[in-house]
Design a protein. Sequence first.
Length: 189
Amino acid sequence: MTVLRSLVVLLVLPFLVPAATASPRVQNAPAKPPQNSAPAVAQGFKAEFVANLDEVQEKIMELAESVPADRYGWRPAPDVRSVSEVYMHIAGGNYFLATFLGVKPPKMSGDIEKDVTRKAEVLGELRKSFEHLRAAAAGVADLDKPVKMFGAPTTYRGVLMTVLSHLHEHLGQSIAYARMNGVVPPWSR
């Protein structure tokens, strides 16, 4: 029995001595992150919304820039939106959907889908609409705030979800339009 006890002490002793002699400050010190660790990623719905908005905006803008100016009037069939009208519909949607977050759209005269058709103007209006939308989303403090949208109850979170759905829907439409005009989306090359 004493041999067994001595063997246990010999096996356990190396683990007990460092723990007993370590200074309390070292024991309670927070663990240092590895030097090559990635920066902390923002979490939560708003951070995820912004990341998704960044991605869809980048794709829409890259695609709009890639389509030749002479194709902005192209439409796949009569009475269907042209390339420029799709992009201006996106811009108009950015302005309009932000109203459900309590943000007024900029003053405009006329119908931007019909009036803004030149590539440079379309790109400028798209950028402006994304800045407007981003500012509206940044001002949201209570994601659970109730609001009526198209006559149905929802929340500010629901509005932001609708914004993303709308953007992705028309990104897909824009990809189809671009491909029908021989333009490969830049991120697919």
